[in-house]
Design a protein around this ligand. Structure first.
Ligand SMILES: Nc1nc2c(ncn2[C@@H]2O[C@H](COP(=O)(O)OP(=O)(O)OP(=O)(O)O)[C@@H](O)[C@H]2O)c(=O)[nH]1
Ligand SMILES: [Mg+2]
Length: 291
């Protein structure tokens, strides 16, 4: 299976983000805590340059908390502070704002030493589609946000939303396109919903998710779908069939309804009904990380 995505958009988006980044003091890079590397745009380092940056592991409520700790240590080893966050509940937002202040303290100190009254710190949120950018903006600014029709860099004066007395947010997040250069990355993005389902063959995605989870989270799978089988002895398709049997997902000619099984497993994973799951571990992706 081949997932190819976002041709052509990349250059234009990169230029737009680059132009907007000139205006900000600190970049908030939103990653999906379940796939911190697949959800990362490799160009981000080049784009952000030496600007202060905070990495957020969003949707941490859905991820495997033990692996999340490994990821925090991993980013720390790269000199990056990574903060777990839930953009919907706002859990972790305080830590984000605290870190923004820490990262931008040198800038504020510089303004003071030049005899200027420090202006508010300006931040911008960037991340791949569906990672939670809008949710985070809404959480940060609540009802204050009035963003409709604002073109970044055009409607000056409207593009900053005050988050706190000393922090402003660029009202339009930067959409980064993930780089899909291997099947694992493509699948990870499909599983988590970063790629529009309409462009995917959902039965295939469901099959590959079962295949992945039966090796990485076997007990979770067995428990959720009441599967009494040894995964070492069976093929993924047999697991899919067993889930179908458990749910009684057959069509009129008594064939397995693969579309329905696929949707079930994908929705169970995305909603967290399958439990806390992380699809990438730091030790697996060393070669894929270029930051
Ligand atoms: N469980 C959980 N769901 C989240 C979290 N943050 C966002 N979501 C969900 O993820 C989906 C995408 O969130 P958005 O805020 O629309 O993401 P976005 O980055 O703005 O997406 P685009 O505008 O398409 O690029 C929505 O269904 C949100 O409810 C989180 O921390 N936890
Ligand atoms: Mg959005």
């Amino acid at each position: 299976m081949h997932i190819n995505w976002y041709p052509g958009h990349m250059k234009k988006t990169k230029e737009l983000i680059q132009a907007n980044l000139k205006l900000v003091d600190v970049v908030v890079e939103l990653l999906d805590a379940r796939i911190p590397i697949s959800s990362r745009n490799p160009q981000i380092d080049e784009l952000v340059g030496n600007k202060p940056r905070v990495v957020l592991l969003n949707k941490y409520d859905l991820c495997d908390q033990r692996i999340m700790k490994d990821w925090i240590l991993y980013f720390k080893s790269k000199g990056i502070v990574a903060i777990p966050i839930n953009s919907i509940t706002g859990d972790g937002v305080k830590n984000l704002l605290k870190q923004v202040k820490i990262e931008t303290k040198p800038l504020v100190d510089k303004m003071i030493s030049q005899g200027r009254v420090p202006r508010a710190i300006r931040m911008m949120i960037v991340g791949i589609p569906n990672v939670g950018k809008s949710s985070l903006i809404n959480n940060l600014v609540g009802k204050k946000s009035a963003r409709t029709g604002n073109k970044p860099g055009v409607t000056k004066g409207k593009q900053w939303i005050r988050v706190r007395d000393d922090i402003e947010l660029f009202d339009t997040p930067g959409i980064l396109w993930p780089k899909i250069d291997d099947q694992i990355t493509g699948l990870n993005l499909a599983f988590t919903g970063a790629i529009n389902d309409d462009t995917l063959v959902i039965e295939d995605i469901g099959f590959f998710l079962v295949k992945r989870l039966m090796f990485t989270y076997p007990e979770t799978m067995k428990k959720r779908y009441q599967l009494d089988m040894d995964f070492d002895d069976v093929e993924p398709i047999e697991v899919v069939d067993a889930i179908a049997a458990h749910k009684n997902y057959f069509d009129r000619s008594k064939d397995v309804d693969y579309n329905r099984v696929a949707k079930l497993i994908i929705n169970d994973f995305r909603s967290g009904r399958l439990g806390h799951i992380t699809l990438e571990r730091p030790e697996e992706v060393e070669g894929r990380f270029n930051g």
